[in-house]
Each structure stands twice: as structure tokens, then as C-alpha cells.
Design a protein around this ligand. Structure first.
Ligand code: PGA
Length: 245
């Protein structure tokens, strides 16, 4: 694993956006695995900025997102499809027909997962997978578990995740309790992995996930085995591992 340390969130975002932009320039028809959450927002802002200046062309890029809440429609402002449209896709020249997010409205779990696996298989592999990391070590919505899930599956969200998401909804009852997520095997098959983390509140999990034992109790720990994983963190997120990198 390669660690890149940055001063702050802004520099973390720029460093990650640089790697994504290099991927798009080197392979204009690449497949990007994308993530939602607050951490990638600065990366998307930077990519939009470079696109607006004419420095990146997304017209041939395909994107595959990690996850989506079950039962939320794409026009619900808390859905991940909505997030991606608002924070990236609506502002760049990507062909929306080549941007994929699991279908939250498909309530038949097997069909939703089979359909997403077929899409992933049809694009011939993810060139670069962007990942945030949850406080419990989740990647996508692969929550701590007794085994590593392989392909797209429906998950019951961890209580801590539901609580963390509650701030975005009017009431606790409205917070989705399940989601469809890409599996760990699919993530591990991405040619390159790019993990981003910022802030003191990620310091413990960065240490546990990347310097502790590899275990499905900390799903991100499996990334220690990926042959081409880059972790970009600001100083605050690296404060517990400064002497280790
Ligand atoms: P965050 O979420 O970027 O909002 O911290 C990361 C995650 O839960 O994957």
C-alpha cells in the first residue's frame, strides 16, 4: 500500500483528483468506480473545475458506483444516484447512460444484485476504484461481518451507519435500513484502489484497517492485500500512524 500524506482536506482532494484525472487522460474510455459520502465531495468539485477549464474529457468514461439505498428513488435527494448527479455528473460531459448506480427501486433483492453484477461484468473490469472509509471500517456498504461478501448483495445497515445517516432525514423512521452494495471481491478486482480519508475522527480506523489484522470485522483491512492501493489522508487522519509510514 502506498500512503500519500497531505496538509489538509483540500490538498487530499486535489491529490486524489489528480490521480483520477491522470487515469482519464491515459485511458479516455476507462471505467471509474465511484463513491458517495462527504469525503469525495472536494474531489468531485476539483474534477468539475478542471473539466470546466477544458482539461479533462469525460465523454468516453463509464462509472460504476459502489452502493445505493434500497427503496429510495433516484429523485429522492438522499439517494446516491441523486448525489452523483448533483455533485458530479450534471456538471461534466459524461454520458449518463454510462453511469451506473444499483437500482434502489428494485425491491427484488436477487434481481437488483444480479442486474448490477451483469453490468459490472459487462464493462470488463474497473480501472480505478475510489473509496471512502466508514468509522467502522466499511467500504461501500460492506459492513463488519463474519466473512467477506463477494459480489453485489443486499445489506442490513449497521446501527452505527443508520445513526450516522439519520442527520440527513426528517425522522429516524425514514432512514433506510438496507442497501445494495458492490461486494468485496469486485472491489478487490479493481486494477487500482484509491482510498481517501480526512479528519481526526478517521485516525483510529485508518490505524485499525491498514496496520491491524486483516479481518471481515474491519472490511477495509482486506485492501492491505491489493497489489495497487493508494491511501490519501490528511495529517489529522494519519495522526495515529505517523511513526508507521
Ligand atoms: P464519509 O463516509 O466520506 O461521509 O466519511 C465514508 C464512508 O462511510 O464510506
Amino acid at each position: 500500500m502506498k500512503f500519500i500524506r497531505t496538509e489538509d482536506y483540500y490538498q487530499m482532494s486535489r491529490a486524489a483528483a489528480n490521480i483520477i484525472s491522470a487515469q482519464v487522460i491515459i485511458k479516455p474510455d476507462c471505467v471509474l468506480g465511484l463513491a458517495t459520502g462527504s469525503t469525495p465531495l472536494g474531489i468531485y468539485k476539483q474534477l468539475i473545475d478542471w473539466y470546466t477549464k477544458g482539461d479533462i474529457d469525460f465523454s468516453n468514461v463509464t462509472t460504476i458506483n459502489l452502493d445505493e439505498y434500497k427503496a429510495l428513488s433516484p429523485d429522492n435527494d438522499q439517494s446516491y444516484r441523486y448525489f452523483m448527479n448533483e455533485n458530479l455528473f450534471n456538471h461534466i460531459n459524461i454520458n449518463k447512460n454510462k453511469t451506473y448506480v444499483p437500482n434502489g427501486l428494485e425491491l427484488d433483492e436477487k434481481k437488483a444484485c444480479d442486474d448490477y453484477n451483469s453490468i459490472i461484468n459487462s464493462v470488463q473490469g474497473i480501472d480505478l476504484q475510489l473509496l471512502g472509509i466508514g468509522h467502522n471500517g466499511h467500504i461501500g456498504f460492506n459492513e463488519p461481518s463474519d466473512c467477506f461478501a463477494t459480489e453485489t448483495h443486499c445489506v442490513d445497515l449497521a446501527q452505527s451507519t443508520i445513526e450516522a445517516n439519520a442527520r440527513f432525514f426528517d425522522s429516524y423512521e425514514e432512514v433506510p435500513k438496507q442497501a445494495y452494495t458492490m461486494g468485496i471481491k469486485t472491489i478487490m478486482h479493481a486494477k487500482k484502489i484509491l482510498v481517501v480519508a480526512s479528519g481526526e475522527n478517521k485516525a483510529d480506523i485508518i490505524k485499525e484497517a491498514f496496520f491491524g489484522p486483516i479481518t471481515p470485522k474491519v472490511p477495509a483491512s482486506i485492501l492491505q492485500l491489493h497489489p495497487d492501493a493508494t491511501i490519501i489522508c490528511d495529517n489529522d487522519a494519519l495522526q495515529k500512524v505517523s511513526e508507521l509510514i
